[in-house]
Design a protein around this ligand. Sequence first.
Ligand SMILES: Cc1ncc(COP(=O)(O)O)c(C=O)c1O
Length: 397
Amino acid sequence: MTDKTQGCLSKEYQQVIGKPWTEIETPALMVDLDIMEANMDKMMAFLKESGAGVGIRPHAKTHKTPQIANIQIAKGALGICCAKLGEAEAMAEGGVPDILIANQTVGANKLKRLAALSKKTNLKAAVDSKQNLLDIARESAAIGGNVGIVIEVDVGNKRGGVRVHEDAIELAKLASSTPGVWYAGIMGYEGFVVFMPDLEERRAAAEKAYDILLSYRDAIKEKAGLDSGIVSAAGSGTYMFGGKRKGLTDIEAGSYIFMDTRYGGTAGVDFMNSLAVIATIGSHPEPDIYITDAGLKSMTKEFGMVSTLPSYGLVVHHMSEEHVTLKPTETPDRLPGIGSLDEKFAKTAKKPLEVGDKILLIPSHCCTTVNLHDVLYVVRNGVVEDVWPIAGRGKFA
Ligand SMILES: Cc1ncc(COP(=O)(O)O)c(C=O)c1O
């Protein structure tokens, strides 16, 4: 098992470092480091070229791994987003210097933890109610902490977020005048837009959401006299619009570093698949049936069936708890961003596959699949370079 308290790995994991990826025990989660870093570089280059002055605060719910957050920051990210307090604690423990918790944090003990965390990292938290803001401020002031308040705005997602300007203005005034907290800006995630199939419809819906968000920025400036702070929005499905929209300060995309079949099939999300679950063919009982040792307990299915690399010439037919059933096909799935992984791992694989051979499966949803694994095997040029504990895995609270 992983010794997370000391941030190091047990021998069981360490012994595979320096060995070919095929020696990793399966099922296991693997990232190709070169492809992942190329995705990060591509995003940074896009934001620079767009010239709109928008940065990135990538969502770490995707990887839950401090080592990856620190690479993102080294490449120029402004900080990271986290979904939950526990995830943020794991990131801070791993040395991440700037964290926005992009959901509300509520409950007596959690507020104590939030206050304590603000003494370890530059911490910002999404807030959409006066009571929550005052509770955060009280706990924070009591121990000399300082939590940045980011007002969450509903831009049409119908999740958390203030619904009217007046509430945002009141929260901004309170945040800037109450000990223990400071006004850090606004955020509004257009989650209902990111998978819209038609790119032009998606663009129009995203721009409308940013219009709403920026109207809150203007109202806060006019009525509360606050002109500083972040204006944060956008995910991997809208990065191409949010990253060009003047007035936003940062986008919150997460999945772009790994990709998956859902984003792979979404127009305009032009990153490469870097993440895979390694499985072993455990059974080949008929010429047309291959069964792997990985199933729903190592890959999620809420966004549909997993896929595989096209050069295997196989297609996924069924997923159960500990099995995936694949069958030969003349027309394998070919995700637009799958080329590099396919080239590196499947083109050269011996065929036909036999019992005992390893095969890469592509998650349909990278974020929830990562959350099923203790560690991430980090592979470069087919060799295991490192094994990183997924320190934020299971940290829902
Ligand atoms: C608040 C917030 N920001 C950004 C994102 C975007 O993440 P991704 O790029 O993985 O779609 C999400 C996704 O759920 C989110 O909840």
